[in-house]
Design a protein around this ligand. Structure first.
Ligand SMILES: [Mn+2]
Length: 382
């Protein structure tokens, strides 16, 4: 029997009702206990049904250039799929950037498939997106069966199975709850990955942590390999990053609290990003920009901890017409094809001249956009 208010609830009991449900209480409670057993049990059954029916293989797609939370969630979903005899591949677009993320993947031996190396997404029986929402990403054009995330997608998603929980701080937390619900005891790989995913996403429980994140982490703790976690968190710096950082420090130019530098010709962009991040630790520096040339492209990695500055916008304003500028308030990057910038083709003889021309032009534009003069009075320390 349904009771409209507490008074009628008593009346109904008097009239012999065994169970009285008060709809308004039910609704408010269900909003609060979204991760509690009842709903989770129901969702787990739904997910099981998809994995049991017409699924022999599954594509698990992470967000572009995946972070630990996305990778860990995919690893855990693959473990769930495995118990249902489903062969799942983890597929990502972009690249696994950041040394810590690479160390994480390598140390745990996580198998990932680059988008280009995977078969057509439409050829998989089931397609799952985990931790997929990231600013600026387009939604997948292929039909999606399973969607699990802790962020609301920018557009409405159509999927047979949807679990979006904005009340927890990582997708790894959600996947941990599924492992528990399915009674899957996590392998060392899965537990270590998920624990790292939660810790990375909440910055070691310093950012937006909910009780659900903490209980998930506590559950994973005894299964995880803590030596591996320690190694992931303090990865050794690659020789190229060290080299780039050394060059960047040597050729730094400072205007106020802004630092601009160049690292010359590099084999990839990541060391420039790392250098921009490390240089932010120099005393008195609040904004850094590191220029390098990789693969016939000028790349500028920038970082800022000055809250009055939106470095992403500054780069867009200054360089949007020439190339691709992306970023937000604290970080950004610019990619400009070398040819467009200088109009000269690179040869072995002119590469140094080219680098120097590029450097001057980018520096001038950048300092001007930051509101400081780049032409005179710059300090080149030491
Ligand atoms: Mn996430």
């Amino acid at each position: 029997m349904r009771a409209a208010d507490p008074v009628s609830e008593d009346e109904l009991r008097e009239h012999g009702a065994d169970v009285v449900i008060n709809p308004s209480t039910v609704i408010s409670n269900s909003a609060l206990r979204s991760l509690e057993t009842g709903e989770l049990e129901y969702l787990a059954r739904q997910l099981a049904e998809i994995l049991e029916t017409d699924t022999s293989d599954m594509a698990i797609i992470t967000h572009e250039s995946p972070d630990p939370d996305s990778i860990a969630s995919a690893v855990a979903l693959r473990a769930v799929a495995d118990t249902f005899g489903v062969d799942a591949s983890i597929i990502y677009k972009g690249e696994v950037g950041h040394q810590e993320n690479r160390a994480f993947v390598n140390l745990l031996g996580i198998e990932l498939l680059a988008w280009e190396d995977a078969k057509q997404i439409s050829e998989y029986d089931t397609v799952a997106l985990v931790d997929y929402t990231k600013t600026g990403d387009e939604q997948l054009s292929d039909p999606v069966n399973v969607y699990i995330d802790h962020r609301e997608p920018p557009e409405e998603i159509t999927a047979e199975f949807l679990d979006i929980r904005a009340d927890v701080s990582s997708t790894s937390t959600i996947l941990t709850k599924y492992l528990q619900e399915f009674d899957i005891s996590p392998s060392e790989e899965v537990a270590t990955a998920l624990l790292y995913g939660i810790r990375a996403e909440t910055m070691d429980f310093k950012r937006d942590t909910t009780p659900a994140d903490l209980t998930a982490a506590a559950y994973l703790h005894p299964f995880a390999n803590h030596d591996t976690l320690e190694q992931v968190e303090s990865p050794s710096m690659s020789p190229e990053t060290l080299d780039v950082l050394a060059k960047a420090i040597q050729s730094r130019e400072i205007q106020g609290s802004h630092l601009f530098t160049t690292a010359g010709f590099v084999s990839e962009q990541e060391p420039l990003v790392q250098a921009a991040q490390h240089l932010l630790n120099l005393e008195g520096i609040t904004t850094t920009a590191v220029l390098g040339i990789a693969d016939e492209e000028i790349y500028v990695a920038a970082r800022s901890k000055d809250i009055r500055i939106d470095i992403g916008n500054i780069l867009k304003d200054a360089f949007e017409e020439m190339g691709e500028a992306t970023g937000h308030s604290t970080q950004g990057s610019v990619e400009v094809p070398l040819g467009i910038f200088t109009g000269i083709e690179t040869t072995d003889d002119n590469r140094d001249t080219l680098l120097s021309l590029t450097k001057q032009a980018v520096r001038r534009k950048l300092f001007a956009s930051l509101g400081v003069e780049g032409t005179n009075g710059n300090t080149t320390p030491d």
